[in-house]
Design a protein around this ligand. Structure first.
Ligand SMILES: *[C@@H]1O[C@H](CO)[C@@H](O)[C@H](O)[C@H]1NC(C)=O
Ligand SMILES: *[C@@H]1O[C@H](CO)[C@@H](O)[C@H](O)[C@H]1NC(C)=O
Ligand SMILES: *[C@@H]1O[C@H](CO)[C@@H](O)[C@H](O)[C@H]1NC(C)=O
Ligand SMILES: *[C@@H]1O[C@H](CO)[C@@H](O)[C@H](O)[C@H]1NC(C)=O
Ligand SMILES: *[C@@H]1O[C@H](CO)[C@@H](O)[C@H](O)[C@H]1NC(C)=O
Ligand SMILES: *[C@@H]1O[C@H](CO)[C@@H](O)[C@H](O)[C@H]1NC(C)=O
Length: 499
């Protein structure tokens, strides 16, 4: 039933000659919505940028002033970033360099590395055109209907049926509009490679394709990049990429293994990868949040949603949304599902067998909104998108593996795990300690405090709807860019000390 392998080598397509950065400037942008005309790029400051600079300056002044106020009042005021800082009549705000960590240059790749996948989205996976839905709307997907009553009426337009593997498209679209993007590679301290590596391999995962087929695009991409004049400046150490699928999908060591061997290819060695699940032992992998359904359109959307989840009455102590792996004996998810079903007065179980939890149903969101805690065991890999679905709904995650979140998303989650989550060792659960009893030990006040922490971090876990981002609130993309550029800068100052 699966489509036969459309080997890229059996369908020869001319690979465009590498563009030098100079020639990309004059190149016509493709009609596809992803490619913004380069003329729109931020060469000169857009009025919005001035607004942002002004607000930022005001906030800095406020911060400097606030340091001299009693600590408690400063903290409270800044707990939830409000765009409406009541500061007026401060003269001559200092100009702050928003790109103090450097500028980023975005390669204009031949379309076979990105937009071609979108144009031929019906070939992306075997499930009835679901590939086209997944990549639509700049990676945000189709609007989510059926959330009426669950989501405040004026926020329904901020919810979408986003595919969990769409990060590489979302990042590409955002970075083209980034305030620190430069069209001059000479002035860049970071180089972004907008290759859709996840789509490139995802396409071949479900059919009988050879290792060579699965590696084709990655191989060609690295040949292309290493031919660029700015590659040799630091042999890839100032280059980065987003991988929309988990790191293990790109780490095939033998021909008969799963996925591609992209991350093991020589040219990838020094390239930093933003990826939804990282290998905790690889310095170049950086974990970023899975895309979820909530894409705020402005600061007000974020604040309204934070208030909504804070006020939501939660009738279940905990919940579990997942599918047991029936075939394995003692399957951990099966144990959780059993416990949850046994304690049905305290736990709500949603059985996600088949593709039931990915079809835009509101049941999952409702379950998280109704629960104080959500159980987050590992899935087929260590992480799952459900962590983010849960936290965005203001539910407190319960982890059983440290690699599920603590070792993954350092830039996006509080440093102190116990401030926002519960950790239960999996062997305690296997030895029969009831989860319910462990969770009931937390006082109302402790639960409230953890939830407040989860809510505080919601902005860092979501991807904004507008390509330019939100007004003042930094979302997951902004956090990733700020931290990454800081890291590149640090590397430069350290004189590239590498193992
Ligand atoms: C695809 O769609 C056809 C007809 O619309 C349906 O019969 C089939 O079951 C669908 N396949 C999948 C995998 O959903
Ligand atoms: C949405 O509704 C809330 C509550 O009714 C209101 O406070 C807010 O201003 C509304 N936002 C917009 C953009 O209309
Ligand atoms: C997959 O392809 C290989 C080589 O082309 C062939 O030997 C094998 O039987 C195929 N497997 C299936 C399940 O079609
Ligand atoms: C980069 O350096 C390698 C070897 O040092 C050389 O073969 C290659 O031609 C150089 N590439 C460019 C674009 O200068
Ligand atoms: C990666 O960086 C190291 C250290 O500078 C360098 O020796 C090596 O050649 C680089 N690897 C590649 C594939 O460029
Ligand atoms: C999704 O699946 C659930 C369970 O099978 C079903 O009740 C619901 O109608 C589906 N929703 C959509 C939008 O297809």
């Amino acid at each position: 039933m699966l489509p036969s392998c459309n080997s890229p080598e059996r369908k020869p397509q001319p690979l465009l000659k590498p563009n030098s950065p100079e020639s990309t400037v004059s190149r016509k942008s493709s009609p596809h919505s992803l490619s913004h005309p380069l003329s729109q790029a931020h060469h000169s400051l857009h009025p919005r940028s001035w607004l942002i600079i002004t607000i930022f300056s005001l906030q800095l002044l406020l911060f400097l002033t606030a340091r001299y106020l009693p600590f408690a009042s400063f903290r409270r005021r800044n707990h939830f970033p409000s765009p409406y800082q009541p500061v007026v009549a401060i003269s001559a705000p200092a100009i702050i360099d928003e790109c103090s960590s450097g500028k980023v240059y975005v390669y204009n790749l031949p379309p076979i590395f990105n937009t071609d996948f979108i144009e031929k989205c019906n070939e992306l996976d075997p499930w009835n055109n679901s590939g086209c839905n997944a990549v639509s709307n700049n990676g945000i997907g189709r609007p989510a209907n059926g959330l009426i009553g669950l989501v405040p009426q004026n926020l329904t337009g901020a919810w979408f049926r986003t595919d969990q593997f769409a990060a590489e498209i979302i990042f590409h679209n955002r970075i083209l509009q980034h305030k620190c993007r430069t069209l001059d590679p000479n002035s860049a301290s970071g180089f972004y490679i907008p290759f859709y590596a996840g789509l490139a391999v995802g396409k071949y995962l479900w059919s009988n394709c050879s290792a060579k087929d699965r590696d084709y695009h990655g191989q060609k991409l690295l040949e292309w990049v290493q031919d660029q004049p700015f590659w040799n400046r630091s042999y890839g150490r100032d280059h980065f990429i987003t991988l929309g699928r988990i790191t293990w999908d790109f780490r095939r060591s033998k021909d008969e293994g799963w996925g591609s061997s992209f991350l093991y290819m020589k040219g990838m060695r020094n390239i930093t990868r933003l990826v939804i699940e990282k290998n905790p032992w690889d310095y170049f992998d950086i974990g970023v949040p899975y895309p979820t359904g909530f894409h705020p359109r402005n600061d007000a959307d974020v604040i309204q949603w934070q208030n909504h989840v804070r006020r939501r009455p939660r009738k279940n102590l905990f919940c579990f949304a997942g599918a047991p792996r029936g075939k394995f004996k003692n399957d951990f998810r099966g144990i959780l599902l059993d416990q949850c079903k046994r304690e049905s007065d305290a736990c709500k179980a949603v059985d996600c067998g088949g593709r039931r939890c990915v079809n835009g149903t509101s049941e999952i969101l409702k379950t998280f909104l109704d629960s104080e805690f959500c159980l987050q065991p590992r899935g087929d890999s260590f992480t799952r998108r459900s962590i983010f679905d849960c936290m965005i709904a203001g539910s407190i995650p319960v982890f059983f593996w440290k690699r599920t979140a603590y070792y993954q998303y350092k830039w996006f989650l509080p440093t102190e795990p116990s401030s926002y989550s519960v950790y239960i060792h999996r062997s305690d659960v296997k030895n029969g300690i009831p989860i319910r009893a462990l969770l009931e030990k937390y006082s109302k006040e402790e639960v409230r405090r953890m939830r407040e922490k989860v809510i505080e971090y919601i902005p860092k876990l979501v991807y904004a709807k507008p390509s330019e981002g939100l007004e003042t609130i930094k979302d997951a993309f902004d956090v990733a860019m700020d931290e990454l550029m800081k890291r590149f800068k640090g590397q430069e100052e350290d004189g590239f000390k590498w193992k």
